[in-house]
Design a binder for this molecule. Structure first.
Ligand code: RP5
Length: 164
């Protein structure tokens, strides 16, 4: 086990969310940001969810990325119990394709925000990029990496050729 303390906590309601949420893990790995990832289900593990949220700040987490599908209450409940910024990722659901997840996460009443991202893989990746940006506000090396990442995307877009 590594002694490096995680700066980002990635939690999700089920192992079935992993295919989406691993996109956040991939981004944090790419930037070398230490993270932890685990299943914390709001309705199946409420005691663990409470303990996780309550201890997050003192454990040194700077950002929490929370993914869930359906009646996706995990991000909002965690946000209610910590001042660590919570980034919510709506995971696609079987019958409503994640529109239920999106609305569950994004419609937080005024006072307890959850920064909410797109449904699915892009949302998970962008949540991680936002976590990187938050940490980069106090880390010049990471800020430089983020600038480079943006520059390489720009170069790739400029090099795009259409088949016409
Ligand atoms: C939510 O219910 C999870 O976040 C997951 O997206 C969804 C389905 O969970 P499983 O039945 O696949 O465990 O709590």
């Amino acid at each position: 086990m590594s002694d490096i303390k995680p700066l980002v906590g990635i939690i999700m309601g089920s192992s079935s969310d992993w295919d989406v949420m691993k996109n956040a893990v991939d981004v944090l790995s790419q930037f070398g940001v230490p993270y932890e990832a685990q299943v914390i289900s709001a309705h199946r593990m409420p005691d663990e969810m409470y303990a996780y949220a309550k201890s997050a700040r003192e454990r040194g987490l700077r950002v929490i990325i929370a993914g869930a599908g359906g009646a996706a209450h995990l991000p909002g409940m965690v946000a209610a119990m910590t001042i660590v910024p919570v980034l919510g990722v709506p995971v696609p659901s079987k019958y409503l394709r994640g529109e239920d997840s999106l609305l569950s996460i994004v419609q937080m009443p005024k006072g307890v925000p959850v920064s909410t991202f797109a449904i699915g893989e892009a949302g998970a990746a962008n949540a991680a990029l936002t976590a990187v940006a938050i940490i980069a506000t106090t880390d010049d090396t990471l800020a430089g990496q983020l600038e480079e990442f943006r520059a390489s995307q720009t170069a790739a877009a400029k090099a795009m050729v259409l088949p016409v």
